[in-house]
Design a protein around this ligand. Sequence first.
Ligand SMILES: Cc1ncc(COP(=O)(O)O)c(C=O)c1O
Length: 398
Amino acid sequence: MVSLPRDLLSKLTGEVADGLPSFCLERWQSLHETVARINLSESGVYPLTLAELRDYGVDLESLGSLELGYGWTRGSPELREAISELYGGAVPPENIVVTAGSAEANLVTVLSLVRENDVVLVDMPNYMQVVGLLRWVGAEVVYIWRQPPDWRFPLQKALELVSTLRPKALFVNDPNNPTGSYMTHREIEELVLEASRLGTTLVFDEVYWGTERGEPKVSVVQASERGDLISVSGLSKTYGLPGLRIGWVAASSRRISELAWSVKDYTSIAPSVLSDKIASLILKRDVVAKLRDRARRVVEENMRVFLAEISGKELFEPYPAKSGAFIWVRVPWVEDTLGLAYTIYKQRGVLLVPGECFEMRGYMRIGLGMKPEHFRVGLRELVESMDSLKKELTAEGR
Ligand SMILES: Cc1ncc(COP(=O)(O)O)c(C=O)c1O
């Protein structure tokens, strides 16, 4: 295996600033994704072009006369209305704040809600943005770990911790990145009931909502009219539009959404007016349905190809899940998956995400959102590379 440069290790696992941990996954991507020959590290479905949006019935004619001003700082009324409809009206447009991706939505949510020494629960494994931010503000972070083989949200454990620790908030990532597992309507209802009784705010990062290839997911804000509930989501993953940088906070409480809007004055002021306009054209019911369908078809096809290609090779233990645009796998023959991912990247130019970025050594996340014809080629390279590395390591260990 290629040895990992020391400075890379510290960039991935050290600190950005006093108390702010490096964001391993995003640093790994930022350093490698534009150079990689084959990028299997993405968690969303491959991006659409503006021209392709026309084929989905999006009329972009009106963009020509758009004034490129600051626009509406919490998102235009049209866009907030369209987002409200995604939630079946469960959150009114006034309680929605449009942000630069769901990344900014997570940032303003944490800054609005959490203070030093607050106890907070976090669903693990996790994308880790929220965890890093919570540590930065000085919260006391308690992990709730999902377990193999199905990686379901451990509801009983969560209920127990909510009632014993009385946390300020519980942060869930549902559908979960990296495992692709998602909660049932009943599970969410039960969690909301207990959290609202005890005054714990539920924050669900639902950026993969709409990728479900089973029972459709219900958002946390649709599950009940009680309690402080927040849904963070956006257009990057399911809709294949990360370049628009459109996300949002949808809060059941007006107070929280006003706070998030005020925090946003410090971060980005307003969403790009161009992206706001395009997003409001995309979030029409029929376009949403078509784009969600596109996402499911791409992932289903790549999942089928992936499982067929690895069958009988004993390179991975796969955990095929029913949502997300990726697959979570264990690599039973090596512990150091960061070293393995780096070696595959250096030798073949194939990029995946090592489990270490989710605090889970021995695992990897492989993107299933690529164009199927490119995915097949990338997968073959990956399998060849893993195969020869496994042989090399086994020979060394003999
Ligand atoms: C769970 C989760 N939340 C938020 C984000 C940020 O996405 P964006 O800012 O592009 O919406 C990601 C990106 O990978 C993610 O996986």
